[in-house]
Write a protein that binds this ligand. Structure first.
Ligand code: ADP
Ligand code: ZN
Length: 207
């Protein structure tokens, strides 16, 4: 890392699902352990897709133990005084208080590694990730591969029975490759029942 070794800082790994955020978080944690740093790993309890809530798994199957949390407060409460590196996966599911928690840890000298998807399935900023990106010393935005056209993918495509899910669905709906795909801006589709009705109304009055 290019930053000083004594000071704390925040680094965010963001991007679309399947872009390798968990892989990258695990790589950084593994290297911190090789450097004999004292590391604690947390993840939102919501994501228990692979192998229960006690591990972070990347889509390629690598895994590491992580403490599941429901709230940012639970992270603040569980970080030990001697901890030098804190990693948090799936941070988009956490409350906005995570920004304060992360900032306080960094100010105390902790290196904080946060991973999370930066946009929801509609292509809108997700949870506290935008704020975390703003306060971080270092950010990386990873891309996946668009499953439709092969270009770099930046968007989470939600699917219901294989078809694009409507914008009116809930923001948080945990799922894997059966309900999400990585797509580029052009191939990303968010049909909206409400928007279609409005557009039809405008078209009719314009005629
Ligand atoms: P994230 O945490 O960003 O969801 P992971 O680290 O869990 O990503 O998984 C990344 C891995 O997912 C890649 O190394 C690759 O093996 C696999 N993968 C599956 N679908 C795609 C895709 N459309 N584009 C890129 N990688 C993909
Ligand atoms: Zn595409």
């Amino acid at each position: 890392m290019y930053l000083g070794t004594q000071d704390g800082w925040v680094e965010v790994v963001s991007g679309v699902m399947f872009s390798g955020k968990s892989e990258e978080l695990l790589r950084r944690v593994r290297r911190a352990l090789i450097a004999r740093k004292r590391v604690q790993v947390f993840k939102s309890h919501l994501d228990d897709r692979y192998g229960g809530v006690q591990t972070i798994s990347s889509h390629d199957g690598t895994r590491i133990e992580a403490v599941p949390v429901n709230t940012s407060l639970q992270i603040a409460e569980q970080v030990l005084a001697e901890t030098e590196v804190v990693a948090i996966d799936e941070a988009q599911f956490l409350d906005r208080g995570v920004v304060r928690v992360v900032n306080d840890l960094a100010s105390r000298g902790v290196r904080v590694i946060v991973a999370g998807t930066d946009m929801d399935f509609r292509g809108e900023p997700f949870g506290a990730i935008p704020e975390l990106l703003a306060i971080a010393e270092k950010i990386d935005k990873l891309h996946a591969i668009c499953v439709i056209c092969g270009d770099p993918a930046t968007r989470n495509q939600r699917l219901i029975d294989g078809a694009p899910a409507p914008a009116e669905g809930p923001t948080i709906q945990v799922g894997g490759s059966e309900s999400y795909e990585a797509r580029c801006r052009r191939c990303h589709q968010v049909p909206s029942v409400l928007r279609e009705q409005t557009t039809l109304g405008i078209d009719a009055s314009a005629r």
